[in-house]
Design a protein around this ligand. Structure first.
Ligand SMILES: [Zn+2]
Length: 191
């Protein structure tokens, strides 16, 4: 009887059960490449959802509302997908847009000016238009947020490098000490 082959959802090719891993979604993924790919995608989705949630919570607090209007959600999701609105038209701006984490970072940079605008320009209104106004201010801060993120990453890389160097030196000292200790023991064993 022919062995039943299983279809891998990642590459859509069929494979033998022994070459595959069963996941919690009850589907089988190729042990090589596809399963790793699936794990990475799942992690990326988890981060994406988490960042969206944080951004959402921030905006409703900023505008003192309970739910974000659909029009604003669409605009943010379009931005994430790489589209900007220009003269009422959706225009592709990037292959993929800034992530929700970066939008939140930009919002935080624009926090004061948006709060000022809410009081002085928007007369405290909380409708889609008012929130869109805030989104536009946030978009203007995206480049600055991006530059800051890059600087921060560079700084963290530098710290990691220094820590690794420190560790290597410590390890070298340690192995040297072990060597000396062994030497001592050797001497005492002669006495
Ligand atoms: Zn596969």
């Amino acid at each position: 009887m022919a062995e039943r082959l299983l279809k891998c959802p990642v590459c859509e090719q069929y494979g033998k059960k022994e070459d595959m891993i069963r996941e919690e979604d009850k589907r089988y993924y190729h042990k090589e490449y596809c399963h790793d790919r699936w794990l990475k995608d799942r992690e990326a989705t988890r981060i994406e959802n988490e960042q969206w949630d944080a951004l959402y919570q921030y905006i409703i607090k900023l505008h003192d509302i309970i739910v974000l209007p659909k029009g604003n959600i669409t605009r943010l999701k379009d931005l994430r997908a790489g589209y900007l609105m220009k003269n009422g038209q959706k225009v592709r701006q990037w292959r993929t847009g800034p992530d929700y984490g970066l939008m939140l970072e930009a919002y935080l940079l624009a926090d004061d000016s948006i709060k000022w605008c809410i009081v002085n320009k928007l007369d405290g209104s909380k409708d889609t238009k008012a929130i869109n106004y805030g989104i536009s201010i946030m978009i203007d801060k995206l480049n600055e947020a991006f530059a800051r993120r890059k600087r921060k990453k560079e700084h963290e890389k530098q710290i990691r490098k220094t820590t690794t160097q420190d560790k290597t030196i410590k390890q070298e000292l340690k192995s040297k000490n072990t060597y000396i200790n062994n030497d001592d023991m050797d001497i005492s064993s002669f006495l």
